[in-house]
Write a protein that binds this ligand. Structure first.
Ligand code: HEC
Ligand code: HEC
Length: 393
């Protein structure tokens, strides 16, 4: 330390909004990791992504107009300053910085930059694949695959940066015998008496917390007020074209599967074989078949109007005409993690009983987050978080 002779004083370095920003960013990053894999939690995932983006935007503003040590200008160091700082760690000239040290400052700029890449690419995936969010429908399904890759790689990149940042914090805490993690909670650090003691800005922090609390309630409040007859559907898909004849002819024995789940050649084959429809005879007349086929072919999976259609269609080879939705590779992949015990439940019984889990099966949209496993439902995001927290490690 440079001023060992002077008595260190404790000053406020990190104002309250900077600390609230920091810890909420950590929390939303963790929630986004935990919820990315399972479509059921896409509402939780997009919630944490929007929160993350909102926090980054706040930080950009606070970096310009915030308090002394939170301003970007205060910790804009050149590359040589970073190198000198790192060299200094191993020598006698170890310098103590009250705010961010040069290496830490660079990590923070990288974290913010990569965080923006991560969330903005996420918005493109949400708009391109799911047809949700501000970029809905702006790019095609195929174009969105590149954004999905950017989204995934930047997430891993950010995780790596977080680890580096954490190691840096631990290293500096040890070298300077100062608990920097504690400092990010309390906001205070030991400093020379002439260092600046910043304003806490509690009102700004209270506003941030209020906005996020309101966002939590508008996103998840529906789970608290839903009833068995009116389950809460976090995502609402586009209204798909319906056909009355299809609905009446195909709903007697099972759900009238929406034609967007199979390509038109499958529907044509199914009508050709209508007298041996899975051991049943559909016994349809020519006129009805013509109408059903006209409807099916103008709304089939090959037209890729919605995500399930696009994904089903891309996973069926051009020379195949599957008759079962549940035989399609994409369908199998999406349902392989569901245990045998679930399929055997009275409320499910059959793989083709889509409506048992997909609350929007009749609409045909099969939106992410609108699915539940029967018997494991209600407040699923919250229950699921609880189950994770209670899991013995
Ligand atoms: C008389 C009863 C009956 C009617 C009416 C009927 N189906 Fe079926 N359908 C079945 C049976 C039985 C199965 C096989 C279910 C099983 O094995 O789980 C089946 C299965 C299917 C499947 C495959 C489901 C899977 O496992 O992926 C599709 C697709 C299908 N039917 C479409 C239609 C269409 C389209 C119509 C209307 C034109 C229709 N069905 C009308 C009895 C019927
Ligand atoms: C036992 C409950 C259950 C049944 C029955 C079921 N699904 Fe699913 N489905 C799920 C779950 C859970 C997921 C999410 C899987 C994941 O992402 O890990 C899912 C995912 C999907 C997806 C992907 C959604 C997306 O946007 O990527 C589609 C499409 C789908 N199901 C269609 C169907 C169809 C069609 C049927 C009926 C033939 C069906 N499912 C029957 C539980 C079920």
């Amino acid at each position: 330390m440079t001023h060992a002779a002077k008595k260190p004083a404790s000053i406020l370095v990190w104002d309250v909004p900077t600390r609230v920003f920091h810890w909420l960013l950590v929390i939303s990053f963790v929630i986004a990791w935990l919820s990315y894999d399972d479509n059921r939690y896409l509402d939780t995932h997009t919630f944490s992504g929007y929160t993350f983006l909102g926090l980054l935007i706040f930080r950009l503003i606070w970096g310009l107009f915030g308090t002394h040590y939170s301003r970007f200008q205060q910790f804009s160091y050149s590359g040589s300053e970073v190198i000198n700082y790192i060299k200094g760690l191993f020598g006698k000239h170890m310098r103590h910085y009250v705010g961010h040290n040069p290496a830490g400052a660079w990590a923070i700029f990288a974290l913010i930059g990569l965080g923006l890449v991560l969330t903005l690419s996420g918005l493109f995936v949400l708009g391109g694949e799911e047809l949700h969010g501000p970029l809905a429908g702006i790019i095609s399904f195929d174009q969105s695959t590149i954004f999905r890759e950017i989204h995934e790689y930047s997430a891993y990149g950010l995780l790596l940066l977080v680890i580096i940042h954490f190691c840096g914090v631990m290293a500096e805490s040890l070298l300077h015998r100062e608990n920097l993690i504690g400092a990010m909670f309390r906001g205070t650090k030991s400093a020379d008496t002439e260092s600046i003691n910043v304003h806490p800005h509690r009102l700004v922090a209270a506003t941030m917390v209020t906005v996020i609390a309101a966002y939590v309630i508008t996103t998840f409040g529906g789970y608290l007020t839903e009833t068995a007859d009116q389950p809460y559907l976090p995502f609402k898909g586009p209204e798909l074209v319906k056909n009355e004849t299809w609905e009446t002819e195909c709903s007697d024995c099972h759900l009238a599967f929406h034609p967007s789940l199979l390509p038109s050649r499958s529907w044509a084959l199914m009508m050709e074989q209508q007298h041996e429809h899975f051991d049943d005879d559909l016994d349809l007349d020519e006129e009805t078949i013509t109408e059903l086929l006209a409807y099916a072919s103008t709304n089939s999976a090959d037209l890729e109007q919605i995500e399930p259609a696009w994904r089903m269609n891309s996973s069926i080879a051009a020379n195949e005409a599957p008759l079962r939705i549940t035989d399609v590779r994409y369908w199998k992949k999406k349902h392989e993690e569901i245990g045998d015990d679930v399929w055997k439940r009275d409320s499910v019984k059959n793989k083709a009983n889509c409506g048992a889990c997909h609350l929007d099966a009749e609409q045909g949209t099969f939106e992410d987050a609108d699915m539940r496993i029967p018997g494991e439902q209600k407040l699923d995001s919250i229950e699921w978080l609880k189950s994770i927290l209670s899991q013995p490690s």
